[in-house]
Design a binder for this molecule. Structure first.
Ligand code: AKB
Length: 315
């Protein structure tokens, strides 16, 4: 049985991943941590500790106290926030990662951390972006993600730490909202469709980005962590995706269920520039071949579920 420490547990991924992993591995075996306590079920339903990931000794102390054998490191600033405060992003994203990797090395833990489609840049092939390709991102978030991918590879080759990771596309969920990302519009649009029947997109028409529904993202993390190590050639930073769409395509899908839904645009140059530097669609073949990655939700199926769940939630 695994004993897992999760950082950034109250974020968009952590909120659902902690609950799912507690269901699989047992409540007491998943130690949720975050820099704040929001009183949510993640805090209440199992062990929870306050942890600022830039505090290396506290991270080590907690991992030792709970005798963990796995670290899932999620705490990070997302792309748009990172671009507004690049130095903070460097310190938090890289400082937190190296502290988590060091803890994993010292305590011999398996390790997972997400990379992102943000690890690609304008000179990367835009369509069906290959697993191994040019990575010259032009955002601080992207610089952090490429550095993180390399650092995870380094900890594996140099120290034998069992590091694993995926490049997540934009993640869409109805439980916890993302904050400070470029792809957040694809979550906001569902909330606004239900609340007001209209949405003003800060991402322009025709801008395609990869996306994935949260249940597929959670399954991917668990499946990769459980995969046979010997079969992993890439190990860190596997391209994974479930769909690729532009704002007008998600709007059209929502309109099928809410015919009066109206979409308009007020493009935010900062976030648009980030989106323009990312791929239109990435190729997940390596993840499929090496550990059997498969997404269950496409745009249509996700939209039905999102609208159902949000209608109940916002009632
Ligand atoms: C963001 O938009 O910053 C994230 C990501 C794609 O990594 N959702």
């Amino acid at each position: 049985m695994k004993k897992i420490l999760v950082t950034g547990s109250l974020g968009q991924i952590g909120t659902e991943l902690v609950t799912k992993m507690r269901g699989i591995y047992g409540s007491d075996n998943v130690i949720a941590t975050d820099i704040r306590d929001n009183g949510s079920t993640v805090v209440k339903e199992g062990p929870f500790e306050i942890l600022d990931v830039t505090d290396a000794s506290k991270m080590h102390e907690l991992a030792k106290k709970y005798k963990v054998d796995t670290i899932v490191h999620l705490a990070a600033l997302l792309s748009a926030t990172a671009e507004k405060n690049p130095l903070l992003a460097w310190n938090l994203n890289m400082g937190g990662l190296v502290n988590a990797l060091e803890t994993a090395r010292e305590l011999n833990c398996q390790f997972f951390t997400p990379s992102s489609i943000g690890a690609f840049g304008p000179s990367t092939p835009k369509d069906q972006t290959p697993q191994d390709t040019i990575q010259r991102p032009t955002t601080m978030y992207g610089v952090n993600k490429v550095s993180g991918e390399l650092l995870c590879d380094y900890y594996f080759y140099k120290f034998g730490v069992d590091t694993r990771g995926v490049r997540f596309p934009g993640l869409i969920s109805y439980v916890a909202q993302p904050g400070g990302g470029t792809t957040d519009y694809a979550v906001e649009i569902y909330y606004e469709a239900i609340k007001s029947g209209r949405y003003t997109s800060y991402i322009g028409e025709g801008t395609k980005m990869d996306m994935m529904y949260m249940p597929d993202a959670l399954n991917a993390i668990i499946q990769l962590m459980e995969a046979d190590s010997a079969k992993l050639v890439h190990r860190n930073a596997f391209n994974i995706t479930a769909m690729s769409f532009a704002p007008e395509e998600i709007a059209a899908e929502i309109k099928k269920h809410i015919p009066q839904f109206e979409m308009s645009y007020n493009v935010d140059p900062a976030r648009q520039a980030i989106a323009d530097s990312w791929p239109n669609s990435i190729d997940p073949t390596a993840a499929k071949e090496e550990w059997g990655f498969k997404a269950d939700y496409d745009l249509g199926k996700m939209t039905v579920d999102m609208l159902d769940k949000l209608k109940a939630k916002l009632k």
